[in-house]
Design a protein around this ligand. Structure first.
Ligand SMILES: [Zn+2]
Length: 81
């Protein structure tokens, strides 16, 4: 039996983690970040970074997100777990 667990790198802290423990997101053409919907390019954020206000702020700037919307969006993702 194969016991392969994919590892991915967090876009924020660059730590590597199991894919299942990370949030998979993508950026739309209009620059909104959404949960990955199985098409296009995706990236990963680890739980630690989602919960880290400083990291989230960095990502907000990096991806030029609307801060209020982005924070709310990430909070919702944590709740869904
Ligand atoms: Zn991280």
């Amino acid at each position: 039996m194969q016991n392969y667990k994919p590892i991915r790198m967090c876009i924020s802290c660059r730590n590597r983690n199991y894919q299942k423990d990370m949030l998979r997101l993508k950026i739309l053409d209009d620059n909104r970040v959404i949960v990955y919907d199985n098409c296009g390019r995706s990236f990963y954020i680890c739980d630690e970074c989602v919960k880290d206000k400083k990291k989230v702020k960095g990502l907000t700037k990096r991806f030029k997100q609307d801060e209020e919307r982005f924070l709310k969006f990430l909070k919702e993702q944590l709740k869904n777990e």
